[in-house]
Design a protein around this ligand. Structure first.
Ligand code: SAH
Length: 457
């Protein structure tokens, strides 16, 4: 029997929000049929206008609030609703942490079938603003010069902004100045439609501990007019700049970076520390954007690994070796594996930089390299994985099950794929002991987790 949706387009309904989706919209139900309404919060009652009706769900717009959540607040950012980079600024920080904890609990139960696993409250930040160490902004132009900021939600119109409230202030100040200097020297913005012009994006990275700054110009071609004069002005104004790089992206694409990267001034790297480990970071390598919470996350991973100095550890998806080098200080030997060759070059350099000798890095897919190690007789006491959002390849999980390490520490940026993979490991003889959510991205819906599994068979 085909059931018609219980609401119609443009209809006004009275809604009660029960939940929040993974992208931050409120969920209300009419006879079990869900309506997603941006900015609705659990417990709130509201008048909603139905905007779009699909077979199994609808979208609505919040028209009037009858009952407000105690967590609701005025979003501090003036462009919050246009930008879309943050989803939770209308919620107090305490409320954000509640929403994230519930989200983790729900997916663990629903996707992982893990009903009685210990899930701790989210570890939040003391100051959940001005935390991002990396900004990459699209460049446009208006009469009077260049603009830089963000794309208006769902469009490619660039909104010019002076400050982003989750970005370290150093990055905002530098971007403002770079915009002025480039305008003054006649640099034209890239025009997407015509595939003409010069400057596509500007990327800035800031070493929170060292104060080092890297500036990257992403251009359509090799050409960047008046670059020597601009570099002179920029470096004079910002003595902390250690590296200025140009990346050339010749393609018609939404992907920010192109293949070619060249050094314009200074060093190819900037440095930063997480805890006592020093890292060289190049323009193209992955580096966590919230260094304060990265330390919290890695310390938790290290605590869960319960190392005594005797263990052989594998760190899968190791990037530039961040977690590997943390672990190496407490383990006998660490093997790291990562698919991007440049990241492994960085990882080797970082090991050397810190005088850490008991690590070995390999380039390749974790799901291919680790089975090879296993065949060659490598026995791991602890395996750490930190995959991208899509989670671990199933064949890697099977190898882990076969290798029978004492412990698996799983660092994850997507609770849903984490829950899926924990289920597979549980079915293979591991027991999830604890899950610790860490708030790496305050004001947004993202939540990072670290889980530890012990071998039960
Ligand atoms: N542990 C690192 C990096 C985590 S991000 C840190 O905390 O900084 C995930 C990493 O996995 C990225 O560096 C990405 O390049 C890498 N990666 C993606 N797919 C992979 C695969 N199949 N095998 C190995 N590494 C992979």
């Amino acid at each position: 029997m085909k059931m018609a949706p219980p609401v119609e387009k443009n209809e006004y309904i009275d809604a009660v929000f029960e939940d929040v989706t993974h992208d931050g919209a409120g969920v209300a139900k009419v006879n079990g049929y869900p309506i997603f309404v941006p900015y609705g919060l659990p417990g709130e009652e509201a008048k909603v206008k139905v905007i779009k009706v699909k077979k199994n769900y609808a979208f609505g717009r919040l028209v009037e609030l009858y009952k407000e959540s105690p967590y609701r607040q005025e979003a501090p950012c003036p462009v919050y609703k246009q930008c879309g980079g943050c989803q939770l600024q209308h919620v107090s920080y305490g409320g954000q942490l509640q929403i994230k904890e519930k989200q983790v609990r729900d997916v663990m139960a629903r996707i992982g079938g893990l009903k009685d696993v210990t899930i701790h409250p989210v570890l939040g930040m003391e100051h959940p603003w001005l935390y991002r160490n990396k900004a990459q902004v699209p460049i446009g132009e208006r009469e009077g010069g260049l603009v830089a900021g963000f794309y208006r939600q769902g469009t490619h119109d660039i909104i010019d902004i002076e400050a982003c409230l989750i970005q370290v202030e150093e990055n905002d100040v530098l971007i403002q100045r770079v915009k002025q200097i480039c305008s003054k020297h006649g640099v034209r913005a890239y025009n997407e439609k015509l595939h003409k012009g010069t400057l596509r994006h500007v990327m800035v990275r800031y070493g929170q501990v060292t104060g080092d700054i890297m500036l990257v110009f992403i251009t359509r071609s090799d050409e960047l007019p008046n670059k020597q004069a601009m570099i002179k002005e920029i470096t004079a104004a910002f003595p902390n700049i250690k590296s200025i790089v140009q990346n050339v992206n010749e393609k018609r694409t939404n992907v920010i970076f192109g293949e070619k990267t060249k050094l314009l001034w200074g060093s190819e790297y900037i440095y930063d520390y997480i805890g006592n480990v020093k890292f060289a970071i190049s323009a193209r390598s992955f580096y966590q954007v919230n260094p304060v919470q990265t330390k919290v996350l890695y310390e938790k991973a290290l605590e869960y690994a319960k190392l005594t100095g005797e263990e052989t550890v594998i760190d899968a998806y190791c990037g530039i070796g961040t977690i590997s080098l943390f672990l190496a200080q407490k383990a006998k030997h660490v093997y790291g594996v990562e698919i991007v060759p440049e990241a492994i070059e960085d990882a080797n350099r970082n090991a050397e930089l810190n005088g850490i000798k008991n690590v070995e890095f390999a380039v390749g897919e974790a799901e291919k390299v680790i089975p090879n190690w296993y065949e060659q007789g490598v026995q791991a006491d602890v395996i750490v994985v930190d995959p991208p959002r899509k989670g671990c390849d199933e064949s890697l999980l099977e190898t882990i099950i076969a290798m029978k390490p004492k412990r698996v520490v799983y660092v994850s940026c997507d609770p849903a794929t984490l829950a899926r993979d924990l289920r597979i490991l549980e079915d293979g003889g591991f027991k999830t002991a604890e899950v610790q959510p860490v708030d790496m991205f305050p004001q947004t819906m993202h939540v990072e987790n670290v889980a530890v599994l012990e071998r039960s068979l």
